[in-house]
Each structure stands twice: as C-alpha cells, then as structure tokens.
Design a protein around this ligand. Sequence first.
Ligand SMILES: [Zn+2]
Length: 196
Amino acid sequence: MRLSHHYVVPHVSTGDMLRAAVKQGTAMGLKAKDQMDRGELLGDDLVMEMVAERLGESDVRARGFILDGCPRTVAQAEQLASLLAPFDLDLAIDIEIHTSQVCVDCGANYSLSAPPLINWTCDVCGGEVVQREDDTEDAIERRLKLYERQTAPLIEWYRDRNQLESVPGTGSPDAVTRRMVKVIEQRRERKGGRLT
Ligand SMILES: [Zn+2]
C-alpha cells in the first residue's frame, strides 16, 4: 500500500479483492469462500481469473501497478507472464519474513536475530512486542513445508529470469517500504528503463 502511494500507481491486492468478492457474494467470491471453508488453498485458476480481470482495467494499463499477494506459486507466475505478454513484470520482490515477534500496536516485525533494542518494547512506537500466536510447532512446521513446496520454487523461477530482489521484512512497515524503494531505484539505474 505504502509502495503504491510512493509511486502513485494502483495497488492490486489479491487479499483485498478476495475479501471484497466474498463480501459482495459474487460467483467468484462464493467459490473462494467454499474453498477456504474447506481449508483448501485457493486454486491457481481462481486467483488468476481475479487478477486477469483487474489487470485488464485501464488504470493499470496506463500507469503500471503493484501486485500484492500474487503470484504464490510457479503456476500463477507462468499464467501472469502470459497474461502480461508481450510485456512482463519489471521486478518481483520477496519480503523475507522470519519474524516470530510482532508489535501489538503498530505491527512492526522483529525476529530473534533482529529483536527490539529493549526487550519486548517496540523500537518504533514503544508498544508491547509479543510472540506471534501462530508460532506453535505445528504452525512452524506447516509454514516450512509450504515454503519448500511452493515459495522456494517460485523464488527460483524469478531468480532464473533475473527478476528477483529480496528485502528483509523486519522493522516497521515504513522501514520495509524504504528498503523496497531502494532496490527498485537501484534496478532502475542499472537498466535505465521505466520500472513500476
Ligand atoms: Zn510498535
């Protein structure tokens, strides 16, 4: 969201679109809700149908866009590439989140290797930092498996195409945005081209 404000381009968030579709009870929303209620991951086709519809609108065609929450799988990345052809994504940014602690007030993320300066007190707002609730062994195990099966191949896919930058996800949302802007600008300088 902050990044799209910085570059004044549309923020296309699959999470937002999905919540809206479910709330409005559209055909796509009902299908998504059904999949989620059964505890399934959303199907690639469903996600990409939603993204394709949004990326067909004139504002994203004119100014470029920031796509948030997608692709999550190699299949989605492939569909996205053919959807955007003959153009392609300028850049995929992997926000690395190994966080286990979060500020309850501002949402800043911390990890064991980058904890708050004062124990359990947020560097950004002074709020209370707590252990993430979903940090049970089961949840960690599930996240690791999902990472190996889905995220790691996706990261490789973009790295092979020289379209990947990674930034650490720790710290305040503003700090993470600053890191993203920095890698985008560095790419821009190297390529000398338009990049949004
Ligand atoms: Zn805070």
